[in-house]
Design a binder for this molecule. Structure first.
Ligand code: B12
Ligand code: SF4
Ligand code: SF4
Length: 311
C-alpha cells in the first residue's frame, strides 16, 4: 500500500505515542474574531501576553511566512486517580490533574521534536515550527478544525472517545498536506459544566478568566479579590470541575505516559504536609508546571485554602 506524506506523518505521530493527530489549513482562523471580542471584553484579565500577541494567534503566517499546514496532536494526561469532586476532605487541598506529573511542555515538546525531525528527514526544503502552549496560536480552534474534537461549552476541546483531559501541540509547516474534516458539536442541551462552575465563570463557549479559579490560582499575581476567595475552595493549583462533570470524560481512557502520574504527595495533599514546601519551592517544582505559580502564588493559595478549611 502506498501512503501519502500526510498519512506517513500521522502514522509516525501515533508511533511516538500521541493519542490524536489531524491536519488543517494554516489560513487565518475564523474564531479569531471571537478571540478579539473576548480580549476587548477584558476576559483575559491580566494575561497581557495574550493582548500583545493578539494578531498572531489567529494568523500563523505572521509567525512563519509561507506556512501552509498545521499538524495538530493531542496527548492524554488523565490517570486512574479519583476526580476532584470525589475528594472533599477539608483537611486536604486539590492540585489539578494537569499539574500532577512532569511539566507537560517538556514531555510533549520532546516527542513533538522527534516528529519534527522525522518530517525534516523526509523533505529537505521543509520549514517547521513546533508549539505546546509555547507560542501565539489559537490551539483549540486549529485543533478543532483538524478534527481532533469539538470545543465544548466549557471551552475545552473534547473528543468523543478520549474526553478532554489531553494536551495540545502543533507543528506549523510550509508543506502542503491533506486536510482533515472538523467534527460536529456533541454538547447538545447539556449545561453541566456551566451549572457546576463555582464562580459562574462560564457562559456557553466562553470563559471569563477574571472569575476562573484556574486563572486566579495559576496566572493571577498579587491578591485575589475578597469576593472570590471563598469560591476558590480547596484549589491550590488550577481547577478541574468543568471537566470532571463533563459526561464525555466518564469513560475516557487513561494516559500511558508515566510522567503524568502524580508526583510524591501531590494527589489530594494533606495541607499540613505542604507546610514546609515554600522554603524549597523552586527545587521541589523545578520539573513541574507548578513552578509557574512562583513561591508567592503557591503560598498565597495555600493561605486561602487553609482559611477556607475553617470557614
Ligand atoms: C489562556 C489559557 C488559559 C486561561 C483561559 C482559558 C480559556 N478558556 O480561554 C486559563 C488560565 C483560565 C486556562 C485554564 C485552563 N487551561 Co489553558 N490555556 C490557555 C491558552 C494559553 C490560550 C487559550 C485562549 O486562547 N483563550 C482565549 C479563548 C477566547 O480562546 P479558546 O479558549 O481557544 O476559545 C476558542 C473557542 O471558544 C472559539 N469560540 C468562541 N466562541 C465560540 C462559540 C462556539 C459556538 C464555538 C464552537 C467556539 C467558539 O473561539 C475561541 C478563540 O479561538 C491555551 C494554549 C493556546 N495557545 O491556545 C491553554 C489551553 C487552552 N489550556 C489548557 C488546559 C489543559 C487548561 C486547564 C484544564 C488547566 C487547569 N486544570 O486548570 C484549564 C481549563 C479551563 C477551561 N475551562 O478552559 C489546554 C486545553 C486542552 C484541551 N483539551 O482543551 C491548552 C490548549 C494548553 C495545551 N497546549 O494543552 N487556560
Ligand atoms: S476551571 Fe473551574 S472556575 Fe474555571 S471555568 Fe472551569 S469550573 Fe469554572
Ligand atoms: S459538561 Fe456538557 S455542556 Fe459542558 S462541555 Fe461537557 S457535554 Fe458540553
Amino acid at each position: 500500500m502506498i501512503f501519502s506524506l500526510s498519512q506517513i506523518i500521522k502514522n509516525e505521530a501515533v508511533r511516538l505515542g500521541f493519542n490524536l493527530v489531524g491536519i488543517t489549513s494554516a489560513k487565518p482562523h475564523p474564531d479569531r474574531l471571537c478571540f478579539f471580542e473576548w480580549l476587548d471584553q477584558g476576559m483575559a484579565a491580566t494575561m497581557d501576553w495574550m493582548y500583545r500577541s493578539r494578531e498572531k494567534r489567529g494568523e500563523p503566517t505572521l509567525v512563519l511566512p509561507g506556512v501552509q499546514s498545521i499538524i495538530c496532536v493531542g496527548l492524554l494526561y488523565k490517570t486512574d486517580y479519583p476526580q476532584s469532586l470525589e475528594c472533599q476532605d477539608k483537611e486536604r487541598g486539590w492540585i489539578s490533574n494537569y499539574a500532577w506529573g512532569d511539566d507537560y511542555h517538556e514531555v510533549f515538546l520532546s516527542k513533538l521534536k522527534l516528529l519534527e525531525q522525522f518530517i525534516h528527514e523526509k523533505n529537505l526544503d521543509v520549514q517547521t515550527k513546533s508549539y505546546v502552549d509555547t507560542g501565539p496560536l489559537l490551539e483549540r480552534s486549529y485543533a478543532a478544525s483538524s478534527g481532533l474534537g469539538w470545543i465544548g461549552k466549557n471551552t475545552c476541546l473534547i473528543h468523543p472517545h478520549l474526553g478532554s483531559f489531553f494536551f495540545l501541540g502543533e507543528i506549523l509547516t510550509n508543506l502542503k498536506l491533506e486536510f482533515d474534516a472538523s467534527m460536529m458539536d456533541h454538547c447538545g442541551k447539556c449545561t453541566r459544566c456551566i451549572d457546576a462552575c463555582p464562580t459562574q465563570a462560564l457562559t456557553p463557549h466562553k470563559l471569563d478568566a477574571n472569575k476562573c479559579i484556574s486563572y486566579l490560582t495559576i496566572e493571577h499575581r498579587g491578591r485575589i479579590d475578597e469576593k472570590l476567595v471563598a469560591q476558590v475552595g480547596h484549589h491550590i493549583v488550577g481547577c478541574d470541575i468543568c471537566q470532571d462533570v463533563c459526561p464525555w470524560n466518564d469513560k475516557a481512557p487513561c494516559t500511558k505516559e508515566k510522567s503524568f502520574e502524580p508526583g510524591p504527595g501531590l494527589f489530594n495533599p494533606d495541607l499540613d504536609s505542604l507546610e514546609k514546601i515554600g522554603e524549597n519551592f523552586s527545587e521541589i517544582f523545578k520539573k513541574s508546571p507548578i513552578k509557574r505559580l512562583k513561591k508567592e502564588g503557591w503560598e498565597r493559595n495555600l493561605k486561602i485554602v487553609r482559611k477556607n478549611k475553617v470557614v
